[in-house]
Design a binder for this molecule. Structure first.
Ligand SMILES: [Zn+2]
Ligand SMILES: [Zn+2]
Length: 149
């Protein structure tokens, strides 16, 4: 896919510019993130790549993800459960989350800037960002439920 090739190239360029060394593992983790649409956990990435890098541990994956987060390439999504999920940052987007199976799907909506402005105005906070999540039941889980009846 040409588009994700480009995105990967851009991401590698950002790493180079920030002086982060690009090891084969980092390259592979980044590539996995760019191509994955399912907001993987460190464990998911580890399982997908352990065949390629037998000496790699989940902790290594996690540490690399942290490096990516610090340069702003990935976002760490914590939804109150033990395992964080990681999202490759392309454009600003929101998430809809399945309450049954935990699936996270991206959707785009104009940024809620007015809400930030209002919050700043009424509280005198210096607002940095916001987080909005929509919850519900994904199509697969709806189907499962239908089949049970
Ligand atoms: Zn679901
Ligand atoms: Zn996302």
């Amino acid at each position: 896919m040409a588009m994700s090739d480009n995105t990967l190239k851009e991401a590698l360029e950002i790493l180079k510019q920030t002086g982060v060394r690009i090891t084969p593992q980092r390259h592979a983790i980044l590539e996995y993130l760019v191509n994955s649409m399912n907001h993987p956990t460190a464990d998911d990435i580890y399982k997908a790549l352990e065949g390629k890098f037998p000496n790699m541990s989940v902790a290594t994956v996690y540490n690399n993800l942290r490096v990516f987060r610090e340069v702003g390439l990935v976002k760490e999504l914590t939804y109150g459960d033990a395992s964080s999920r990681f999202d490759f940052v392309t454009t600003e987007h929101y998430h809809v989350i399945c309450e049954e199976c935990g699936k996270i799907v991206d959707f785009h909506y104009p940024g809620l800037d007015e809400v930030e402005d209002l919050a700043e105005h009424v509280t005198n906070f210096k607002v940095s960002h916001h987080r909005m999540e929509i919850y519900g039941k994904c199509p697969a889980c709806q189907q499962k439920e239908k089949n049970m009846h």
